[in-house]
Design a protein around this ligand. Structure first.
Ligand SMILES: *[C@@H]1O[C@H](CO)[C@@H](O)[C@H](O)[C@H]1NC(C)=O
Ligand SMILES: *[C@@H]1O[C@H](CO)[C@@H](O)[C@H](O)[C@H]1NC(C)=O
Ligand SMILES: *[C@@H]1O[C@H](CO)[C@@H](O)[C@H](O)[C@H]1NC(C)=O
Length: 511
């Protein structure tokens, strides 16, 4: 096979964002029931993780190694479409050592540069709540949503929002058939610079792979029945869908390693935050520049659903109106009942395909509930056959998500004030440099008064950055009892102790 150069997943920032952002939302996976059962197993082990970890002294514990390796092999054995040449992965101490070396630099980039032609590398970092390493492995795997076999360099980004770079190269490295060795390391990094944000205490995971994957123009693996195309060196060995060397060891013998003199600092007490909130603020006291109070939020408003997810099953809350469908739903659109308006029992993505709101590339849609309808008509549209029904049932309609550019001083009260029943606010695009708009004021924290500048509130919340501007979702909500000000990301928001009138809103990241 002609080997061209590996394509760099370290260039586009957007690609890496996904390994920072651990999706706690349900993710739309090729076969989630299967993945769920795998992950369930790890979830239990994860609870023990931090305890074990605080006892350990090395950069990576035996337990973590096992978890990471085992999870890789599990996921590799269950790719879809199935792989005919996927090789069983083993731990490699040389790779572990190089990963450890790099993790200790605390640099949020791939490296060292002289090795990057010989190894593949996946990085993950998080801060705030402690998370087990398998969390990142899962996030890498979850990029499968943006991937359609076999095009590894075309991750099917959702344009125009995700056009800036591939977002599946962590996934393709993870399932690269010939990458049969792995070695990872974890390090705690203080004041780590992650794209200009200073993280007071980051947990940095580096995984190195060999041979490297992600070659331009090549699929990560060959499609076919498992083990039907294993390299001759495996002599026909097969285990759990992976080419496996009989009597082969999971662990290449450890060279004599001197005990590293790296002693892991005592973990700080785990800060308890709202379970869904992934906004993570560094501890100001341990930050050289406590005044900055950097905050990032990756919470998303849109619900990530699977192709067949029924609207009724997904969420009953009134705020649950924006959805993101994965690519490939034409093959399994689920059951769709109705035309123009659909029975609540219908699949969300199937209805969106039928209505022509999304295509087989997936994408976003808004749902409006319409109440009871007496009947539903069947039709064949856009590749989806819908069913009819004569009984009355609750219904909904789907629309594409409009996008509107706003100004730095645009407020929710002007643009899309809260109303009952819930209405949609378009997805918004903020210009850059809104920090410098002196007219634009912000009231509140987390929940903002609807008199606030949307864009500046979004900077305050860490949903967009002043330097780049960007997309965000706004959820108008009913009025709050009070709004409390705070200083975050260079924005000082104001307090309103006794608001008279006016509604509120929350801002969400679009990633
Ligand atoms: C998904 O996994 C489940 C459980 O392993 C299996 O029964 C089902 O057939 C799989 N579905 C697809 C589409 O592969
Ligand atoms: C539904 O109603 C229409 C007209 O009232 C009728 O022609 C049709 O047979 C009914 N379909 C079913 C499945 O009952
Ligand atoms: C805000 O972003 C602009 C670039 O768009 C930059 O010139 C300016 O320095 C930034 N302001 C702050 C306070 O970071």
């Amino acid at each position: 096979m002609r080997r061209s150069r590996p394509f760099p997943d370290w260039l586009p920032a957007v690609g890496l964002v996904l390994c920072l952002v651990q999706s706690a939302l349900a993710t739309a996976l090729t076969n989630s029931s299967r993945l769920e059962s795998i992950l369930d197993k790890y979830r239990h082990q994860d609870e023990k993780w931090w305890k074990a970890r605080s006892r350990g002294r090395r950069a990576i514990s035996e337990g973590d190694k096992h978890l990471i390796l085992e999870m890789h092999n599990k996921l590799r054995g269950q790719v879809y479409p199935p792989a005919s040449n996927m090789e069983h992965m083993v731990w490699d101490y040389e790779l572990e050592r190089s990963a450890e070396h790099w993790a200790h630099t605390c640099r949020w980039e791939h490296g060292p540069s002289h090795m990057l032609t010989q190894i593949g590398q996946n990085l993950g970092a998080h801060w705030g709540r402690d998370r087990p390493p398998t969390y990142h492995v899962q996030a890498w795997y979850d990029e499968v949503r943006y991937y359609s076999y076999p095009y590894s360099q075309e991750c099917n980004p959702h344009c125009p929002f995700r056009c800036s770079g591939p977002v599946c190269t962590h996934y393709t490295q993870l399932v690269w058939a010939t990458s049969n060795r792995i070695g990872c390391a974890i390090n705690i990094c203080y004041n780590m610079n992650v794209w200009g944000m200073i993280w007071a205490k980051a947990v940095y995971l580096v995984c190195n792979y060999s041979p490297p994957g992600n070659w331009w123009g090549h699929a990560p693996y060959k499609y076919g029945s498992p083990c039907s195309a294993c390299p001759a060196s495996y002599a026909g060995g097969c285990r759990n869908n992976l080419c496996y060397k009989d009597g082969g060891m999971d662990w290449r013998p450890a060279p004599e390693i001197e005990e590293t003199n790296y002693i892991e600092p005592d973990p700080e007490p785990v800060r308890d935050r709202e379970p869904q909130s992934r906004a993570q603020a560094p501890n100001p006291s341990s930050n050289d520049n406590g005044e900055r109070n950097q905050v990032t939020s990756t919470d998303q408003m849109s619900q990530q659903v699977e192709c067949e997810t029924k609207l009724r099953d997904r969420c009953k809350g009134t705020t649950c109106n924006r959805y993101e469908c994965p690519p490939g739903c034409l093959e399994r659109p689920g059951r769709v009942v109705g035309t123009d308006y659909y029975d609540m029992q219908s699949s969300v993505c199937g209805a969106a395909l039928h209505a022509g709101v999304i295509d087989n590339d997936g994408g976003w849609l808004d749902v409006t509930r319409l109440g009871r309808k007496q009947y539903f008509t069947k039709s064949y549209k856009n590749g989806v056959q819908s069913f009819g029904k004569n009984r009355s049932a609750n219904s909904f309609k789907v629309k594409s998500v409009p996008v509107k550019a706003v100004r730095c001083d645009t407020t929710v009260s002007l643009f899309c004030p809260f109303k009952k029943p819930v209405r949609h606010c378009p997805r918004l695009y903020c210009p850059r440099s809104c920090l410098h708009d002196g007219q634009a004021r912000v009231f509140g924290t987390n929940y903002y008064s609807d008199k606030s500048s949307i864009c500046k509130a979004a900077i305050h919340a860490g949903v967009i950055q002043n330097e780049s501007g960007g997309y965000l979702d706004v959820m108008p909500v009913d009025k709050r009892q009070q709004y409390s000000g705070s200083h975050q990301n260079g924005v000082s928001s104001e307090s309103i102790p006794n608001p008279t009138g006016g509604k509120a809103f929350k801002v969400f990241a679009v990633i």
